[in-house]
Ligand binder design. Structure first.
Ligand code: IVH
Length: 635
């Protein structure tokens, strides 16, 4: 970037660039420009708009490029296993007990204390041989002692973000580990303090202890928060693993397995390490937390704030005992970064065993995911802000979608789903169309604020109870304009949903009390909702009208009245027909079944037309008033 390029930028462009690169560096931990170029952007903005809000948002004015730190003892990773057999094979190679501790999903750091016990250097793991200096940052991690009463030690452990703190960042960040990785390296170390990170110690060098247990105890006595640990016989490892798995939800941090280590340091020395991992330690990972599946599509959910969030829809995959069908992708930046495509083979994980997350693409699919140019919900303009998309019409946009859901649950009688809950489900991307109400799982619901097991189960059983719907209710529930209670009832008299779906505008407008306007809306509405109806039918059984309310032999048949009826008024005749499940037409059409000729005379042109149809081969029948009376008596 030349100086000239920077000068050519408008104030708005400058602000946008500073904001974007600040975010890439501080939050996402993946800078795209050098610190030097970033400084120039900031300086230019400071000169041209000293009071720009963007400047006050920056976490640091003058970024210092991170200093590299060599790890005298390499920071290795851990060998992994997924079953007891491999674990036992591992344990057969040494003597003595093992220690077990939860494998914390945070960022490994090394802390060095000088001869006086003062913390003088802190570093990230980096590539294991060389990390980045973060001494100033860790001074804002409260649980890291800055002075200890023993000198010349190196302490290692995991910096992590407690889940209770991560809660307020949920939705914006994929997981606490990424956020921790960004926060611990902030250029302005004070900023690190805002993230309220914590630290668990699990390793110690520079002292003379003979076992891991002694090391843990010393660390504790020096003022460190030590990772939870247990000393075990080697045949107790599986039980310990099961216990940690059971307790997993009780911890305020993410754990993705259990770390086992040989307790005796002499045995550790004997076993040694490979280039990647020590042979004296192993991580037994929680099973089924991750799995491969296929990305079917990306849906875009809109929140009341207008944020448009991509949601991955995947082929159902079982992870940690629950079926996962979807996962928030958080923002459009992630969709772009992963270069997602339909049909891609992807790796899904339930982070901390709970929140499903699309981790990576294993193999790309065929059709690139399209980034919406307009709001997918209300078609308004979209505003782009860094990695985020916003609907510019957020208020009415979400309201109408939630209104649609509310109409449906009311119509089919699913209790417990108020507008607030529906809005939440919609915003989280859990229910973006009516059919997805039936995909809800216990885990989906429990993930929501203020939702306990009992309420979640009750809601699911309410949804379950609504899986049989009468045809008129089903039609009305779709929220098609003009297809209210009355019109739905009339349409239902055609007997089946298939028949109703196949009705033409002309056929419908012939029905008394429907008319051309309603007919147009209804036919267009049904066409529009075709794929939604298909989706709903995968869950809902539509009980067709004939089976529910009437067994009238002529249900679904259409009747047209002509001439003066003597036994009753025409209106009453029409009402009786409709109440029995027949339909009434306004004029002669090809679909007509019966022309009822009143005994009072004056049949006129309708009769002529029907006769013509009959001579052309139509099956329409002409019946007298008394025949009609017989027919309705049969009900
Ligand atoms: S013991 C090789 N105990 O997980 C050093 N490590 O993925 C083993 N980790 O690099 C140290 N929780 O930073 C140990 N309870 C725990 C741990 C733990 C997380 C980290 C460690 C290691 C990484 C491997």
């Amino acid at each position: 970037m030349s100086m000239n390029d920077v000068k050519k930028l408008s104030i708005e462009e400058l602000e946008a660039q500073v904001r974007q690169h600040n975010r890439l560096y501080f939050v996402e931990n993946r800078p795209e420009i050098s610190d030097y170029d970033f400084d120039r952007l900031v300086e230019e903005l400071r000169e041209r708009k000293p009071h720009s809000k963007v400047l006050s948002e920056l976490t640091s004015d003058v970024p210092a490029s991170a200093k590299k730190v060599n790890h005298d003892i390499p920071m290795l990773s851990l060998d992994k296993c997924y079953d007891e057999k491999v674990l036992q094979d591992w344990a057969a190679k040494f003597e003595g007990d093992v220690v077990a501790s939860p494998k914390i999903d945070g960022c490994a750091v090394s802390l060095r204390y000088d001869q006086n016990g003062d913390l003088f250097l802190a570093a990230t793991r980096g590539d294991g041989a060389e990390g980045e200096e973060i001494t100033a940052n860790v001074s804002y991690v409260m649980s890291i002692p800055k002075k200890i009463k023993k000198g010349g030690l190196e302490v290692r452990g995991e910096v992590y973000m407690p889940l209770s703190i991560f809660k307020s960042y949920k939705g914006k960040f994929a997981n606490p580990r990424n956020l921790t990785a960004g926060a611990i390296k902030l250029k302005d170390p004070k900023g690190t303090g805002d993230y309220r990170l914590s630290f668990f110690a699990y390793d110690l060098f520079g002292s003379t202890e003979a076992t891991e247990v002694e090391k843990y105890k010393l660390l504790k006595s020096l003022g460190f928060e030590v990772v939870k640990w247990r000393e075990l016989k080697r045949n107790e490892m599986q039980d310990a693993f099961n216990d940690f798995l059971k307790m997993r939800d009780d911890f305020d941090y993410e754990l993705d397995g259990v770390v086992f280590r040989t307790n005796l340091l002499a045995e550790q020395d004997r076993l040694g390490s490979t280039a990647h991992h020590p042979r004296y330690a192993i991580a037994y990972k929680f099973q089924g937390d991750s799995g491969e599946t296929i990305l079917l599509d990306v849906e875009w959910s809109v929140s009341r704030t207008g944020a448009i969030t991509p949601v991955a829809i995947v082929e159902p995959v079982e992870l940690s005992g629950a079926i996962v069908r979807r996962a928030s992708l958080h923002n459009v930046g992630i969709v772009k970064k992963l270069g997602l495509s339909k049909g891609a083979k992807v790796l899904m994980m339930r982070r901390g065993g709970v929140i499903p997350n699309l981790e990576s693409v294993i193999e790309q699919g065929s059709e690139a995911i399209k980034i919406p140019k307009r709001c997918p919900s209300c078609d308004s303009d979209i505003r782009v802000e860094d990695d985020f998309l916003y609907c510019t019409n957020s208020k009415s946009c979400v309201k109408s979608k939630v209104g649609e859901l509310a109409h449906f649950v009311k119509a089919v009688g699913i209790d417990g789903f108020g507008e607030k809950l529906l809005a939440k489900l919609y915003e989280e991307g859990l229910v973006t169309d009516l059919s997805e109400l039936y995909d809800l799982t216990r885990d989906d619901l429990i993930g929501l604020e203020r939702m306990g097991d009992t309420l979640a189960d009750k809601l699911l059983s309410n949804v379950d109870a609504s899986k049989q719907v009468s045809l008129p209710t089903f039609l009305q529930s779709l929220g098609i304009r003009e297809l209210g209670k009355h019109a739905s009832k009339i349409l239902s008299s055609f007997g089946s949903l298939t028949k109703v779906m196949s009705l033409s505008e002309d056929e419908l407008s012939e029905i008394n009390t429907i008319g051309p306007v309603i007919a147009r809306e209804v036919v267009a509405g049904l066409k529009d909702k075709n794929s939604l109806i298909d989706k709903l039918l995968k869950h809902v059984a539509v009980v067709e009208e004939r089976n529910v309310s009437t067994s009238w032999h002529y249900a679904g048949k259409s009747f047209l009245f002509t001439g003066k009826l003597l036994s009753m008024g025409r209106g009453d005749a029409q009402k009786s027909t409709e109440s029995l499940g027949g339909t009434t037409a306004q004029s002669v059409t090809k679909g007509l079944d019966y022309l009822v000729v009143g005994d009072g005379g004056g049949a006129g042109s309708k009769l002529e037309k029907v006769k013509k149809l009959q001579s052309g081969g139509s099956k329409v029948q002409i019946i007298a008033e008394k025949d009609f009376l017989e027919m309705i008596k049969e009900s």
